[in-house]
Design a protein around this ligand. Structure first.
Ligand SMILES: [Zn+2]
Length: 158
């Protein structure tokens, strides 16, 4: 890429490091022409196909915006939401796909959201999975209860 200071068309990499989450590489570069130093960040591209068919870059902010309403009034902090969005991105990137649709993002959100707050999870699932009856809620709650029972049984075995 061009040097941002003098527009020289080449630059030299002087340092590379992987970010803590392992999802990007940051490179320090130096322009051989003017000596100016700058950084670039490299991530694998991850595209989301919207319902309208439009492609856009995956964004953690959009994940947070998508679950924020479900978390209203719940003891969920901004930091919790940031961690949730990071977990969603990691889960999605681990599948190795470079493109996915909003439905698949919704699916990837369910697990981390359930770990974060079960009420928010039920709210989100009811919209995302289009619950249209009390039975749908009952089934989800039964699943949550069964998991609690399993977790307690496992804890009892130790
Ligand atoms: Zn330069």
């Amino acid at each position: 890429m061009h040097c941002p200071f003098c527009r020289h068309p080449d630059s030299r990499v002087i340092d590379s490091r992987t970010s803590d989450d392992g999802l990007s590489i940051r490179r320090r570069r130096q322009c051989p022409e003017c000596g100016g130093r700058f950084s670039t960040t490299e991530t694998a591209s991850l595209m989301v196909i919207k319902r309208s068919g439009v492609l856009e870059s995956f964004s953690r902010d959009k994940v947070i915006a998508g679950v924020r309403k479900a978390c209203q009034g719940r003891p969920v902090t901004e930091a919790d939401l940031a961690v949730l969005a990071q977990r969603v991105e990691e889960a999605v990137r681990q599948t190795g796909v470079s493109q996915l649709d909003t439905n698949e993002i919704g699916l990837a959100i369910l697990g981390p959201l359930r770990d974060l707050d079960e009420v928010a999870y039920l709210r989100f699932a009811s919209v995302y999975q289009e619950f249209d009856s009390l039975e749908d809620f009952e089934r989800s709650i039964r699943e949550l209860r069964a998991d609690h029972a399993n977790a307690e049984a496992t804890a009892g075995d130790r």
